[in-house]
Design a protein. Structure first.
Lengths: 357, 357
């Protein structure tokens, strides 16, 4: 794709905080943004040139988007595949493409792809019935993690099972939907690599982040993570294999387990900008949001080296009330999402706490 | 003023690139922006929650702004004073206030204020007739610079005169409007200091920038400028005197001449974010746009230390065509204004070229 000139318009499916920070980055580059999101007062709409408040599959909305936009991208992976196909049919480039999203939408397809691409995961099996779930648990041995194949995020739609019987029960608890049964990863820590690939096939990875989850939700990322050169290289190799294997265009987040022996396993791919990449806004030469916009707009990728050490912390629910105190702390950079309601556990803002490299 | 909580709305009079970058900074802090600007498709409107396309003095527009906003600010100094008074009358705080703008709108009032505040300028005299202009030129001796008292920017509305007769002619050429007649500054270089003051009276100055003008338009700023500690301290003292003297709230740019003997003279005050402060976006702990939003919203000011050395260059008119090449340069950070027409001399974008401190 030819680089979109300034003044062009980028469509974004999804108007949450990721769409909002993408829109702010696009604005910095002189690009206009149109948000498609059914929510009337969504966070991204308020920093964008236009908001189409309609469902993602609404044909009129998609036609308008195709007419206005030089490229369309997504802020979340669970966009209906048909919407992307429709946009492509209307002649507008879509990045990342439907295949990458389809693979990332299904945990079994995702892990199957990853292992085939040379990016190893934990052992796993698909199960479509309680009996299959029990059998998979028996085959894998010991405790297993059971997740719905599709949807679920921030720890929703998953549970541990300590026995084949428990696995069958979890299968039923999850609503009898198709699941993936995963062997546990005996990991030392959770890392992630955020990487981008543009239409020309150029790939650039950011330094790794080390992540801490609480109740299934990312709480804190520290970057650049303290890893040896070999681990950094392995992670970058994995990122490259994944992006090339998916013919991916845009930024993706790849969550990794670092096992006790130092080897890496891919936990999951997020085909979008990623919470564990928020540190780049204040600690890398280009931030992940601008990098995504550059990638999908056909621009060259920006440099990815770290410029500061950052501890990124999510503010959930009424933790957003800490903002006044954090605003007075000279080490803190604030990123606030403009959400109207501070519901418990909802990501409201994040703070990047800076120190020298 | 109590700090505005996230989710509050800030009004901005003026929707050009300064308003746009203010809106992007407000968006990052979770604040909504309403732009008042008569231009239907102005740059700031496309990154803001709402745009009122009306004249700055339109009573209905001002009433709407007062109803929506927790505070109203400006992106340019030539806002009609009556508009700000009207907003205050409607009960909405305005920052900077009408007095600061009124003083900055009139070059004679400005220089009178500056000298009284202990911030010395070049010698000057007011002239309301061609005869007064000639007499002022004779009194000041030698070559003088004649500017309209009001309006004029980027070198417009001013001319040099080498003799009293020439001064009278310039007065007539400028339309017979009241003027200021200024002695030339034998300056070594042009510097500027960007500083902020919040409602609580806290003042913070950024490191100095060194500026190069071409044809009256800022071409390039380099920051932090190479100055000794004494000069830096003097500039900061001047900034503090100016902001305190004006009871100023927000960011202001103060243009300085560094004379051959190392002393400083104030050239002019810009009661707003300033082109020579754009380097802070990529080279300071807080950027001037966020600092302005913090100041007017009643938040604590952010830290102002430099984090990189930056050379900021304005892209004028069709120089904006250099953007694709600049986007490929890993040392360059781009800021593009989204203006539809690249007219000759028009500020279209700027690029911050980064190097280590």
């Amino acid at each position: 794709m030819k680089p979109l000139p300034p003044g062009s318009t980028i469509g974004i499916l999804g108007g949450g905080q990721l769409g909002r920070m993408l829109a702010l980055a696009a604005g910095r580059l002189g690009l206009d943004v149109v948000i498609l999101d059914p929510e009337p007062d969504c966070p991204a709409a308020r920093v964008s040139a236009r908001h189409i408040a309609a469902h993602y599959s609404d044909p009129t909305a998609l036609a308008t988007l195709a007419e206005l936009c030089g490229v369309v991208t997504v802020e979340f992976e669970n966009v209906p595949a048909g919407a992307l196909e429709a946009l492509i049919g209307l002649g507008v480039p879509v990045a990342p493409g439907p295949r990458a999203l389809a693979i990332a939408q299904d945990r079994v397809d995702e892990k199957t792809f990853l292992n085939a691409a040379g990016a190893p995961t934990v052992a796993f099996a698909a199960a479509g019935t309680a009996e299959e779930a029990a059998r998979a648990a028996a085959d894998l041995g010991g405790r297993v993690l059971i997740k719905t194949r599709r949807e679920g995020y921030d720890g929703k739609g998953q549970a541990w099972a300590a026995s084949p019987e428990a696995a069958a029960a979890v299968f039923r608890d999850l609503g009898g939907r198709p699941v993936i049964v995963e062997a546990p990863a005996a990991f030392r820590r959770e890392l992630s690599v955020i990487a981008a690939r543009n239409w020309a096939g150029m790939v650039a990875a950011f330094p790794l982040a080390e992540n801490v989850h609480e109740n299934g939700i990312l709480r804190r990322s520290t970057a650049p993570a303290g890893v040896d050169a070999k681990t950094a290289q392995r992670a970058e190799d994995i990122a490259r294999k994944v992006l090339v294997g998916l013919d991916y265009v845009g930024v993706a987040g790849i969550e990794l387990f670092e096992l006790e022996d130092g080897s890496l396993r891919v936990n999951e791919i997020a085909p979008r900008v990623h919470n564990s990449g928020h540190w780049t806004q204040d600690g890398a030469a280009t931030d992940q949001f601008e990098q995504h916009i550059r990638a999908v707009a056909g621009w060259p990728l920006g440099p990815t080296h770290a410029t500061a050490r950052v501890e990124m912390t999510n503010l959930l629910g009424d933790e957003v009330l800490q903002l006044p105190a954090l605003a007075a702390d000279p080490a803190c950079r604030l990123h606030v999402y403009g959400k109207r309601e501070a519901r418990a556990g909802r990501k409201m803002a994040h703070v990047n706490r800076i120190s020298g490299l």
